[in-house]
Design a protein around this ligand. Structure first.
Ligand SMILES: [Zn+2]
Ligand SMILES: [Zn+2]
Length: 458
């Protein structure tokens, strides 16, 4: 099935569900902004106002061009520039922590979205046009959803897979949460803008998209261990696109047009897979926990963290290394996970409470999972099933290096101690069962943490 033919449709899937594709247009072409007036006419509810949302950087990159293109639309056009947060001093409020290193742009949190909603409300928009990538896309999606207004996004970087997703991932009181909103009606990108985006952003998108190889294995593991819902179609959505950037990962490093286009399409459709399934499970497993844990540690400690996709790329390497060590075991004596979370690490009460809730919920599943593994041939069948899904850590590391992506903790400004702490606590923060939990059950963690760092993350 040709993927573009799915846009704006509903279709019955072999998994037994009917999937809905809410995005009607996905346009990656030269002069793409020429499509905006018609999009405003069709999606914008007649004569109401169209509001462009950007930050100071993304306005420079594309905001003015979007405003020019909208002059052809029969709609009033307004703009809202999301301001940068004040520079953070040592005593600044913790909710301003967790900033990507060397970046002082807005963050996606409850405070920022409240201010954005108020400013948008004053304009009475019929359509919101986000111009940006991760944070601006999330803020616009969230604010538009709260106002019950459709939104479209003009992408400025192939940096993450949230363009087509219906969820936003803000930080609220120090906790990274997932909030349901609504996918955009259109995703647009001008090729030259993405090709010329800062290299770290494109490489971050590369990290976010190769994560799918490990999260896919986690999904298969949950189907095997807990009869969880699984959709083969959604799991394999981007298989035909991957060679465009995985055959020669250095094309990502060099910003070559076909590879950047392939990466952007892969990011769009992995985000769409999450929308079709209704959860982040097709694109987020144990490898994402590494990044979320670093973000939350940064939040609690009032420090900065790196770009999502740069951390996820290293998490993907870690996940592959854990799989390798677990799958080699012939008949592990099943151990157990720690009985509770580390309150020392999660020293902010709201964070400790949220982490405890997730962990307690996951603990309910350990018993049935252990029983399933202990069945006759249970371990061997699980190993065979998972071995067919995962990539080796050697492959992941080679991909990251050739693409010029972050491949070592030093690349994301992480000390050995920080990485060690993340590895030993990443199982605590989400209720979903992943390779990290299996590594604890099989006795690979905590004992092999230092070894893993020496072999793969030094
Ligand atoms: Zn399906
Ligand atoms: Zn991600």
């Amino acid at each position: 099935m040709e993927l573009p033919s799915l846009l704006g449709t509903s279709f019955a899937c072999d998994c037994g569900r009917t999937h809905h594709v809410p995005v009607r247009r996905f346009l990656y072409q030269v002069g793409v902004l020429g499509a905006l007036p018609q999009i405003v006419r069709e999606d914008g509810g007649g004569s109401a106002c169209t509001v462009i949302v950007a930050d100071t950087r993304t306005w420079e990159i594309g905001g003015q061009q979007v405003a020019n293109a909208l002059k052809e639309a029969e709609s009033r056009v307004a703009r809202v520039i999301v301001p940068d947060p004040p520079q953070r001093g040592p005593a600044a409020h913790a909710s301003r922590a967790g900033r990507p290193r060397d970046d002082h742009g807005p963050v996606c949190d409850d405070v920022t979205v409240r201010a954005l909603v108020e400013r948008l409300r004053g304009e009475r928009p019929g359509l919101v046009v986000a111009v940006g990538s991760g944070v601006i896309n999330d803020l616009s999606k969230w604010a538009a959803f709260q106002l019950g207004v459709p939104y479209v996004v003009v992408a400025t970087a192939a940096s993450m897979n949230g363009y087509a997703s219906a969820n936003v991932a803000p930080t609220i009181e120090g906790v990274k949460v997932l909030i349901e909103a609504r996918a955009p009606t259109a995703v647009l990108a001008e090729p030259a803008v993405l090709e010329q985006a800062p290299h770290e952003m494109t490489a971050a998108g590369f990290g976010d998209t190769i994560a799918k190889h490990q999260s896919g294995a986690d999904w298969v593991m949950n189907r095997f261990l807990s009869d969880e819902y699984y959709c083969r179609f959604c799991a394999g959505l981007i298989t035909d696109i991957e060679p465009l950037y995985l055959d020669r990962p250095e094309d990502i490093r060099d910003g070559r047009p076909r590879a950047v286009q392939g990466l952007f399409e892969a990011l769009f459709w992995t985000g769409m897979a999450m929308t079709l399934v209704g959860t982040s499970v097709p694109a987020s497993g144990g490898e994402h926990l590494f990044s979320h844990t670093l973000d939350m540690m940064a939040q609690v400690q009032g420090e900065s963290h790196d770009l999502h996709g740069r951390q996820v790329g290293i998490g993907t390497l870690l996940s592959a290394a854990l799989y390798q060590r677990v799958l080699v075991l012939e008949s592990p004596a099943l151990g157990s996970l720690p009985p509770s979370i580390d309150e020392h690490l999660w020293s902010v009460p709201s964070v400790a409470a949220a982490v405890t809730e997730q962990y307690e919920s996951k603990k309910q599943r350990w018993g049935p999972i252990r029983q399933k593994i202990a069945q006759r041939d249970g371990w061997d069948r699980l190993r065979a099933t998972l071995a067919a899904e995962v990539k080796s850590p050697e492959t992941i590391r080679t991909w990251l290096r050739r693409a010029g992506a972050a491949a070592r903790p030093a690349d994301i400004g992480c000390s050995r101690e920080r990485v060690r702490s993340a590895i030993l606590h990443m199982h605590e923060i989400r209720k979903r069962f992943t390779i990290v939990d299996l590594a604890w059950l099989a006795g690979v963690l905590p004992g092999s943490a230092d070894d893993l760092i020496d072999q793969w993350l030094a």
